[in-house]
Write a protein that binds this ligand. Sequence first.
Ligand code: CP
Length: 310
Amino acid sequence: MEHLISIDDVTPEEVDEIIERATVYKMIRQDAISWSFVQRASMISHMNKLLISVFYAPSTRTRFSFEAAMSYLGGHVIGTENAAEFSSVKKGESIADNFRVISGFGDVIVGRFRNEGDARIAADASLVPVINGGDGMGEHPSQALIDYYTIRTALPEMPSWITFVGDNRRSRTVKSLCRLLTSCTRINEIVFVSPPGLEPDPEFIEELEFEQVSVSICTDIREEMLLETTPVVYVTRSQNECSDNQFDGSQYAFTPDLLKRLNPNAIIMHPLPRNSELPVEIDADPRAKYFEQARNGLFVRMALLEKICS
Ligand code: CP
């Protein structure tokens, strides 16, 4: 893996390696393994590497967890949380020139981009590996690794199907996770629940069907015993910043009354941030895994940085 721009840049074997290392890092961070044992067994990398974080669009989880991950690995971090304002892109510099120059100062760059395709432009210009921390409606591959890790650790076995509720048209996390699941698991059915206008693009459905995945589309999660049977409900907010079409997430909200009907063994996921589509009343339910999912970002990104810098 040179760059991580699309989840297709990682092989299933590399995904497994990252998941295994993330498990070790989670145990270390949760003190399930003592530091002295870890150091004796050389279980943790001490990387004298510099991560540069270049975010042209807002982020909480991605930026902080990547920066924390490199710090815990013993590396260093520089960057800006608002590259659109505080880099020379503000003065008209292209993304390609920006990355060509910045890449001369560090060992790996994580970037967030307003427009789909800009992450690939940045990677093509860069002298060091680039990790796409989200590019418009494109992809968010490290989030897919986190989501996969969360499903694998929260459920006794990988499910053969999954239900996505929300903005299935513009959500980059949905795209990257679907692609990862089709390449790394035996998933054979994906259900998309969205209001009209937020269904996945026909081209994306074709792509999944080409991979032998059965795709169903509906407008209400109360339909067809979905709630009672689905092993995973993955909710997304309406990505209104990505286009002029504005949608209110409350029209497909996962409200507390749905919990009563939800499969008792299911998990509820969300890449966060959330809006009205995921009321806070859901948080206390043991099936709600989204804060654990966010925290897993640290361990998975430690494993990813170690892999991509090696
Ligand atoms: N899930 C995610 O990408 O969150 P941020 O936008 O806060 O980074």
